[in-house]
Design a protein around this ligand. Structure first.
Ligand code: ADP
Ligand code: MG
Length: 696
């Protein structure tokens, strides 16, 4: 049986329609795909409960007993059938709505049944609503019953968890050990005492007991994380091995001039340390691949600028790429101001750069007169060619994908040194997986004199006092951000929401200029409006999250976040980072309605309690699991994870990483015979790479 090529549509109970639904909704086409669709949870049907043992906080349970009497209550559509169910000692109610007469004919009193469902306690009695009821027999499900996630669309084709279970079950009936290729080399299985893939696939869907389930889950998680690490470490080795790069041998005139005469402030110790780390990388003859992590406002941009000057001093060009036009513009403005008079040419290239200017930039890039190119993803385009790019910097790395990083490497015959910067603090386990091929520097210190932002959670109903507070701030010369989330499916609705907020602010603050910025504006309009705020003409900026990354207006002291319940923790933290950049006390005000979920409340409480980005990232990972984080960070992952969980499986990740590193140390190209399987798997998995981080 060919499980790799064989379509699931031939499985009993699947067929053409459902197979299409499987493929469309979950990307499952072959039997092997299906077998890799692991249950998200199991129900323990390995034992029977007695009614006395019922604990209503537990999930589903099964009880053996007999129906002692039927009771039809109510009439017509509102009728319900209550069956008294006794386990010989105690009794409970099985409750069914509608189809009463049919059920009374189907089920008999005095016959032993297994009732399976979620128990409830109601007016003094235990009950189960719509339990599964089956006569006691050889065929009752034993052991653990798998539960599968299915989408709304799948349910429309009656593909619920039970249907998936049946499909998996019939697939497993058909396969033999010889049909499944082992995906891990024998020596790894032996060394870690791992069960084989064939057994693992059977057991993970229908485990015989809790221990075997643990064992096979360990193996499958290990395998996933192992290949992720193997891919990353192999890539890292290849990059590190690239010699004859661009050694920046000396610190030159530009750097020194700037450092001693133009630097607007003393660098923090953390900035100095990081610069030294970068310096050590770039002067060697190996390519730098460094991640610079630093909380919002920690001063990464200045480190970037100084590093670029090092490149130019040594006769190379440099570029910095930002995820949004606003941010690129801002980098361009502040950098051209800062290096004014040094004689370095700097230009901005974005999607909206005019053709004539593009051509001019292209010319300057190719003849080498352009020292620094600031831009958006437009820089990645193939026709952008440098004479000799020595350093490429990517700002807000989490918005970009590995593929884009790779595109930058190709901008030169000799790949440039690469510095990626991120304000998204990433917990260690995640960092190891996502950025396993990068060396990491951390700016763990904010510039002096910053007052921590004061954060408050405010209810909608208290808008009047909020407005009074805003007025007070504006009157004393400060500026205010008001941010709206993208809350609806339709962009039109979002815009209406935002425009409503804009009108509201105009009505309440008639004496001040207020501007609005959102993603649907023309870049030119956006830029103009933004400029009004940056220059201080406009006092209130009403916007969507387009300002989330990077924007720097030190005079803005208040960040109002509307519908704060709609934002994730890391986004809230990013937004908060827009204020607290000047000497004045700053505020972050999270506005929500009264009705918020317990989880939302926790999120907002964390924001109020701490300003520490790493603490927030850890909390985020715990609250949400890495699933959502991966949404933004997915771009860094070489493969999708089906079963491993980065928040919980840190220990397995560590083991997998060590195993992968060991293997590569002994056999860097994976050429030895027992490692053929590794080569094959890396190739197979690479095929399933999805959607390299779209830039938002
Ligand atoms: P981020 O790390 O979030 O990109 P920025 O580089 O935008 O932060 O820096 C935030 C603000 O702090 C900027 O206004 C910058 O000029 C200022 N800044 C950076 N380094 C220092 C420093 N060592 N001392 C004082 N201000 C600094
Ligand atoms: Mg920044």
């Amino acid at each position: 049986m060919d499980i790799y090529g064989g379509s699931i549509k031939f499985l009993p109970g699947v067929g053409e329609k459902r197979a299409q639904s499987f493929e469309k909704e979950l990307g499952i086409r072959t039997i092997y795909d299906l077998l890799q669709y692991y249950p998200y949870k199991y129900i323990d049907r390995s034992r029977f409960y007695t009614i006395r043992e019922i604990d209503t906080t537990a999930a589903h349970i099964q009880i053996k007993g007999v129906i002692t009497e039927f009771n039809l209550q109510g009439e017509g559509r509102k009728s319900r059938l209550v069956a008294k169910f006794s386990d010989g000692r105690d009794s409970m109610d099985l409750v069914f709505f509608n189809k009463a007469s049919y059920l009374m004919q189907t089920y008999k009193t005095g016959v032993p049944y297994v009732a399976f469902g979620k128990p409830k306690f109601f007016s003094g009695r235990y009950s189960m609503v719509h339990p599964d009821l089956e006569p006691v027999s050889e065929n009752n499900i034993k052991g653990f019953m798998p539960l599968y996630n299915t989408s709304e669309n799948m349910k429309k084709h009656s593909l619920n968890t039970k249907a998936v279970m049946k499909a998996v079950y019939s697939a497993l009936l058909k396969i033999q050990p010889g049909d499944v290729f082992e995906t891990l080399p024998g020596y790894l299985l032996e060394h870690f005492h791992l069960p084989g893939l064939y057994d693992s696939l059977r057991q993970v869907h229908f485990p015989s007991d809790a221990r075997s389930l643990e064992r096979v889950r360990f193996r499958l998680k290990f395998e996933e994380l192992f290949y992720v690490q193997l891919a990353i470490l192999k890539r890292a080795a290849a990059a590190k091995g690239r010699v004859n790069n661009h050694p920046f041998l000396h610190i030159g005139r530009l750097f020194n001039d700037f450092y001693h005469k133009h630097l607007p402030f003393e660098l923090t110790n953390a900035q100095k340390r990081v610069l030294k780390e970068i310096r050590a990388d770039v002067r060697s003859d190996k390519q730098m691949n460094r991640l610079l992590q630093g909380d919002v406002g920690s001063g990464k941009t200045m480190v970037a600028l100084l590093s670029m000057l090092m490149a130019i001093d040594n006769g190379y060009q440099a570029c910095i790429v930002a995820p949004t036009e606003i941010l690129a513009q801002q980098h361009y403005d502040s950098m051209s101001r800062q290096i004014d008079g040094l004689g370095v040419q700097i230009r901005l290239l974005t999607g909206s750069t005019k053709k004539s200017e593009r051509e001019e930039i292209a010319g300057m890039l190719e003849d080498g007169t352009l020292g620094i190119l600031v831009g958006t993803h437009a820089v990645f385009e193939e026709n952008v060619k440098f004479r000799d790019l020595g350093l490429a910097i990517i700002d807000e790395q989490h918005r970009f994908g590995v593929a884009q990083r790779a595109a930058l490497w190709k901008k030169n015959i000799r790949p440039p040194h690469v510095l990626v910067m991120s304000a998204t603090p990433i917990p260690r386990t995640l960092a190891m997986t996502l950025y396993g091929d990068l060396d990491v520097s951390v700016i763990d210190e904010l510039p002096p004199g910053r007052k921590p932002v004061m954060t408050r959670h405010i209810y909608d109903a208290h808008r009047d006092s909020l407005n009074r507070f805003l007025l007070q701030q504006i009157q004393s010369g400060r500026q205010v951000y008001v941010v709206y989330p993208l809350i609806s499916e339709s962009e039109k609705m979002d815009l209406k929401n935002l425009e409503g907020g804009y009108d509201y602010m105009k009505k309440h603050f008639p004496d001040y200029e207020i501007t609005m910025v959102h993603g649907k504006m023309s870049p030119k309009q956006k830029e103009e409006n933004m400029a009004r705020f940056v220059t201080g003409h406009s006092r209130i900026l009403v916007s969507t999250t387009v300002i989330e990354v990077g924007v720097n207006v030190p005079n803005a002291t208040v960040m109002v976040i509307e519908n704060a319940e709609r934002f994730g923790l890391s986004q809230l933290h990013q937004l908060r980072g827009r204020v607290g950049r000047g000497a004045e006390q700053s505020y972050c005000l999270l506005v929500s309605g009264y009705k918020i979920s317990a989880e939302t409340r926790k999120r907002l409480d964390i924001m109020v309690a701490t300003n520490d980005g790493f603490e927030i990232a850890e909390a985020d990972l715990k609250l949400r699991g890495p699933g959502d984080l991966e949404g933004t960070l997915q771009s860094g992952m070489p493969f999708d994870l089906h079963i491993a969980n980065l928040a919980r499986d840190g220990r397995i990740l560590q083991l997998a990483r060590e195993a992968a590193a060991d293997i590569l140390a002994k056999d860097p190209m994976l050429e030895e015979r027992p490692n053929a399987v590794l080569q094959r798997e890396l190739r197979n998995r690479a095929k399933s790479i999805v959607n390299w981080g779209a830039i938002s």
